[in-house]
Design a protein around this ligand. Sequence first.
Ligand code: FAD
Ligand code: NAG
Ligand code: NAG
Ligand code: NAG
Length: 521
Amino acid sequence: MAAISRSLAPALFFIVLFCFASVPSLASSDGFLQCLSSAIPKQLLYTQSSPSFTTVLVSSTWNPKLLTPSTVRPLVIVTPSSASHVQATVVCGRHHDVRIRVRSGGHDFEGLSYRSVRPEVFAVVDLNKMRSVRVNRNAATAWVDSGATLGELYYAVSKASKRLAFPAGLCPTVGVGGHFSGGGFGMLLRKYGLAIDNVLDATLVDAEGRLLDKKAMGRDVFWAIRGGGGESFGIVLSWKVKLVPVPPKVTVFSVSKSIDEGAIDILTKWQQVAPSLPEDMFIRVQVGVQKQVAEFQSLYLGTSGALLQLMERRFPELGLNQTHCKEMAWIQSVPYSYLGSAATVEDILNRTYSLDYSNKGTSDYVREAITKDVWVKIFGWLAKQDAGIMVMDPYGGKISSSPESATPFPHRGGVLYNIQYLNFWPAATNGASHVKWLKDFYAFMGPHVSKNPREAYVNYRDLDLGENVVVGNITSYKAAKVWGEKYYKSNFKRLAIAKGKVDPHDYFRNEQSIPPLVAGQ
Ligand SMILES: Cc1cc2nc3c(=O)[nH]c(=O)nc-3n(C[C@H](O)[C@H](O)[C@H](O)COP(=O)(O)OP(=O)(O)OC[C@H]3O[C@@H](n4cnc5c(N)ncnc54)[C@H](O)[C@@H]3O)c2cc1C
Ligand SMILES: *[C@@H]1O[C@H](CO)[C@@H](O)[C@H](O)[C@H]1NC(C)=O
Ligand SMILES: *[C@@H]1O[C@H](CO)[C@@H](O)[C@H](O)[C@H]1NC(C)=O
Ligand SMILES: *[C@@H]1O[C@H](CO)[C@@H](O)[C@H](O)[C@H]1NC(C)=O
């Protein structure tokens, strides 16, 4: 009798622990909701029974495959309008054992800001109502709230001054909160680096519900939130950024080359030329959007005359001439480059995203130019049925000049370019063959890209690189190294130590959050 109960006890203990850790009882959910209602106005809370729950949940998502009837949804969506609402949500969550996922623009490739991969009771803090941009034109700085989109940030900056800009991503609907958390790069990356290279201060709500600025959060945590990935360290409410100067006119062009027009030779040369051009010049390439065509898209911080001279000297193979070039204000280049030549500046304020297509993406970094014979094979892959696309952003210049440890983002010196792989399929179909193409192509690319680790960009999140394992009630550091070192290289350990300082109990957690590393582990 005694022997039996002794051997059963650990098993029972384990079951009890497990239930507590993953699925709080109904009572604690009720307690959580009551706690929220006592601190936050009712109209800012959307429970599953609220008529607008689904509308609010779907707003700002961009990938229909991540919201299906079987998706694990939040118990409640909180749409705070002030820092105190965010603090109260954290305090209630801690007290009643309900975790939080935070959403800014909702563009996470895996939807981790609003869904859980495994059954879990959680709340979403959606920062959609906290999105102001306050520009100080004379100081060339701005405070931007995490819930703003990149389009809203760019628009506000250009309203304040036509000679100022901010270096971040191309897509205007991407949210500042998630984008800055992973680094953030776009057409100005060679001149001004990443978004986070231009962050001066931030405000963070930590796992104790405290509101901290740069000084109060301390050096390690301020380092960690600038590129260490979303969710892990708390909820960043706003960022103080340094704005950057741009000339009154920039020049853009888009030149397409088919295989018959020499796409493969030009692309092979692009790999060496694009990362070593003057920093004012940025030429990215998309391959596969049009079948068997490479599309070279550029932003030059100067006039078309100077651009044509530069291209004649450095990259005559592209055959650029005056008819390809368009001069415009920097802010006009934002819709022009991403939404097409018919788009207006106001279109970058449109937060609605078409939900016609589902997608899957992943990324690579290239440090040694890929040879021409391999490019021939790559074009073969891109010609297959259900193939996707590759988008390549050249590095070099400012993004590559900081040491790897300057921020958690480690893909700096020596990187020639980033590859983003994407595949799309109509939302009504299951996309299995498209996902298979992406996986097979990624496997094919292995020998031709960075190795040990095979680097990846956290903002192009891919759960196939690895998912967290929770041991006891804490995310395992050892298991997380598998994906963590791909995103952060040797900065991963320092991130885990920072996490151990700011959130040792691992309250802010998702499938790819940073595990806490505390002394003795
Ligand atoms: C169409 C499209 C185009 C893109 N273009 C670019 C590009 O040009 N350059 C580039 O670098 N990237 C680009 N990205 C990637 C983009 O930067 C990331 O997906 C980014 O994480 C999205 O931020 P979000 O706020 O919209 O996402 P969300 O889904 O809201 O958040 C992403 C992650 O960050 C966490 N998070 C969100 N807000 C906060 C916060 N305030 N505090 C703490 N954690 C938070 C979330 O919990 C989640 O884990 C693009 C993505 C898409 C879908
Ligand atoms: C510019 O190049 C394109 C081909 O890319 C060609 O059709 C056009 O005639 C050229 N224009 C001039 C002015 O040379
Ligand atoms: C915003 O974008 C969506 C999706 O592309 C589009 O359907 C809608 O018409 C746009 N709204 C405005 C006001 O332009
Ligand atoms: C697990 O961690 C959460 C978050 O820190 C905490 O609220 C909860 O009490 C822990 N559960 C157990 C069973 O230790």
